[in-house]
Design a protein around this ligand. Structure first.
Ligand code: ATP
Ligand code: MG
Length: 437
């Protein structure tokens, strides 16, 4: 008796919604940006810090503030299955950096300039420029109180836009003052919003007494006019806060950095004070903020550290790259310097040894391979070599192999002649091969 076996249906596995695979050649753009950022950070003497992707949940609840979008609804939280610890995939990196600075007493010998790159996680509605896993690059200056470091960070970001060729980025700045000044402003705001209860949406009503400042951040068009006429924090700022803001502005002015003062710029996290800023563009629709930051002089205390002034920014890698792409800027797709053509598979041990030498001298080589023991005709291999974009073919034909030689054949310059060289001399040709970029 034969029974027909039906294979159980297995659902195709796909990536989690809002978490994207980054494939070549697109991944080259991220590497290109990261490379530029590393060089830039080195020029400003910022050093790399790498903190874990998973942190304890209270770090973000205490650091970012309970009544914030991130903590209220965007965090990926889970329990450690063994000890029940409350853990969270980091939604941002500043809190982790400050935790590490406190934990390792990093500032014992003075302030520190740090930068990071890596993935962040927020449970948001995925759309263009807004994902659930996204890369951020950030800079944090810990232990600095002066406006000149706020300015240094802004100038560093400006230098990055210049370096990668972005022109459509505008700077907006504001001052959030100090806690007592914000308290005075907050009371004035609550009083004002209470007079306009009918216009407030549900979100705003909920925030009215918990975090009225965030109502200024609303995207609800029906509330815009009312919000625009709300009392301004600037009128509640004391001498010190105004002096800090003025110092920042005069450094930006002296450096020819254009900015707009946006009184409604409040930022999503609770930890900011004094300077806040955003770099925005009109070319990315609703997701127009490419980089955002500010001063957070109270975060160390909030996380049980010693009072320590600090300032930083974070940029969204996806948004910066999308802006670069729409501006026609980006890396040239990488191609190998050379493509190795191999007539007979039995020559492979020797070929790989030669390629190992050439590659150790900095030449990038793509080797022809075949699914079977037959390497394919020279003609078809040359076609592949051509398609690879390489400027040279390294030809290991049967004549070459028996004479312990290799032929270097230019693929792009029709005029240049091919050269056959002894394998023992191959290192001498490495600079020629490499000059293909
Ligand atoms: P938004 O107002 O766009 O939600 P945010 O204030 O939440 O931004 P920050 O926490 O300041 O953003 O993060 C800094 C930068 O990281 C943002 O300016 C943006 O470029 C990028 N970013 C933030 N959230 C996302 C996301 N979900 N997907 C992609 N990039 C993001
Ligand atoms: Mg957000």
């Amino acid at each position: 008796m034969t029974e027909k076996m039906t294979a159980p249906k297995i659902d195709r596995l796909t990536a989690v919604k809002g978490m994207n695979d980054l494939l070549p050649p697109d991944s080259a753009a991220v590497e290109w940006l990261e490379h530029k950022v590393r060089a830039l950070m080195a020029r400003y003497a910022y050093r790399n810090i790498r903190t874990p992707i998973v942190e304890r949940t209270p770090l973000f609840v205490r650091g970012l503030g309970e009544v914030t979008d991130i903590v209220e609804k965007e965090m990926y939280c889970f329990e450690d299955r063994l000890n029940g610890d409350a853990l969270t995939l980091r939604p941002e990196a500043t809190a982790g950096v400050v935790r590490a600075a406190i934990e390792h007493a990093m500032l014992y010998d003075g302030p520190k300039r740090l930068y990071y790159l890596g993935p962040m996680f927020r449970h948001e509605r995925p759309q263009k420029g807004r994902y659930r896993q996204f890369d951020q690059i950030g800079a944090e200056a810990l232990g600095f109180s002066g406006a000149e470091v706020d300015a240094e960070l802004i100038l560093m970001a400006t230098a990055l836009w210049q370096e990668i060729g972005l022109t459509d980025v505008r700077l907006e700045i504001n001052s959030l003052g100090q806690p007592d000044e914000r308290l005075a402003h907050r009371q004035a705001l609550i009083a004002y919003f209470e007079q306009h209860l009918a216009v407030l949406d549900e979100d705003a009503r909920r925030r009215l007494h918990g975090n009225p400042l965030r109502i200024l951040d609303t995207k609800n068009p029906h509330m815009q006019t009312m919000v625009e006429a709300a009392p301004q924090l600037l009128d509640c700022l004391g001498k010190g806060s105004l002096a800090h803001f003025n110092a920042l502005k005069s450094i930006l002015d002296a450096n020819g950095v254009a900015y707009r003062i946006n009184h409604r710029l409040v930022r999503g996290m609770d930890y900011y004070n004094l300077t806040v800023f955003e770099f925005v563009t009109d070319r990315l629709g609703a997701q127009g903020t490419v980089c955002a930051g500010g001063r957070y002089d109270y975060l160390f205390e909030q996380l049980s550290g010693k009072p320590t002034p600090a300032v930083g920014w974070a940029l969204g890698v996806d948004r910066v790259l999308e802006l670069a792409r729409t501006s026609g800027i980006g890396p040239v797709n990488p191609v190998p310097d050379a493509y190795a053509i191999v007539a007979d598979i039995t020559a492979m041990p020797m070929v790989l040894a030669v390629l190992q030498t050439v590659r150790s001298l900095g030449v990038s080589v793509q080797m022809h391979t075949s699914a079977s023991d037959l390497m394919g005709s020279m003609k078809s291999q040359f076609k592949r070599a051509d398609a690879s974009g390489a400027r040279f073919a390294l030809v290991f034909g049967s004549d070459e192999v028996s004479a312990q030689q290799v032929t270097i054949k230019p693929l792009r310059d029709a005029g240049s002649a091919q050269i056959t060289c002894a394998l023992s001399d191959i290192a001498l040709w490495a600079p020629t091969l490499q000059s293909s970029i």
